[in-house]
Design a protein around this ligand. Sequence first.
Ligand SMILES: [Zn+2]
Length: 442
Amino acid sequence: MIGKKREKGYILGGGAVADGKGLFLSDGALRVEEGVIREIGPSGSMMKGDLPFIDVKGRLILPGMVNFHHHLYSTFSPGFAPLGPTETFPDILENLWWPLDRAVNEEILYYSVLMGALDSLSYGVTTIFDHHASMNLDRGSLDIAAEALNRAGCRGVLCLETSDRQGAEARNRQVEENIAFWEKHRGDPFLSGMMGLHANFTLSDESLALVAERKPAEMPIHIHCGESVEDFLFCRRAGYRGPADRLNAFGLLDGKSFLIHCVNLAPEEYALLDKVRPAIVLNPESNANNRVGTPQRDCLPDHLLGTDGMSGDMISALRSYYLLGRGNKEDFARMERMFFSLPGERLEQYLPARFGFYPGAPADIAVPDYVPLSPLNEGNILGHLLFGARGGRAFLTAVNGKILWYRGEFPYADLDILRLEARSAAQSLANRFPLQRKGGSS
Ligand SMILES: [Zn+2]
């Protein structure tokens, strides 16, 4: 097995080592031992000792990418026809995503997370912030997701969607599942938890008050915030400026909160976000797919990028961010921060490790499968990713030094067997999905 030969350590070099925030070696290398980056330097000076040399042949060697908002339970959704109209955003939820998540059982959950995580690894993603939903499977659901993520080898920050959809008892179990998982993984550099909340418009005042009372103060929330106009109007009718203001009124908004989308906000809420500085995660492909509008990125403070279940490909998501709903300000400077410096800074708030390229850092590495032909320098990496790489599978992905994806293969996973097992789980989902029609059995 390709990966297992290199468990002791290796030199990864022969390409441009860059972290997008100052480090740039046009022909550089990393020495990786025991899961950690031990040395960074020019390839020529690093080819010594008995560690194997992995030559990336002119590709870019970058820190592992982070998907800040994903729904791995949606892995098997391609090809599923909605069970009714999809004209409005609530229609899309009622006729596609809600029946789908009600149909998720243990087997479907395990294989959708495993295959979705492997897919993400193949794009150079080393950490996934996953917002899981399975309304008929709450207790223990995050342990199943964690087991699958561990098998794939990916880092994760997981949560279970809490909402009023299935009634108060289910909502209470969802809250407790999030808290139990978060407590269990305190101090774990591979897995961590958050308080998963669906959105303001599916959570009553009573539910938000309950979350505020039960949730440990330092446990962050992860919520869809102002995704559609319906979420915004719900909060306005309840007497708030908008969805961020309502969360703040319940004491749920702080600097570690994860606010997803932020498309439909009141003008006054931008000042609130500027003051509190939560993690704001934009998902341009999903917003376009759901026709919910585009966020006012010039008004938002620093933000991050997610795929919202649309794919595992972060370079493709970055390109979509650039092409869809461009702002007036310096998009390139903003994207450099969004893609390179901010992910590491944010990640360290949720997983107890310092990520990036420096001696002592966990070796989370992405090598996009792209060989630049035109000149590459410290200042034009983003241009190469956007217009050269454009997306697509990675050449190599390593998490904690372990090479999990290399030249089109998973060294530790038998993809043919896994696909057979996953196909069976996906068939089960396809059979169960139409039975969850609104008003039907659930
Ligand atoms: Zn989402």
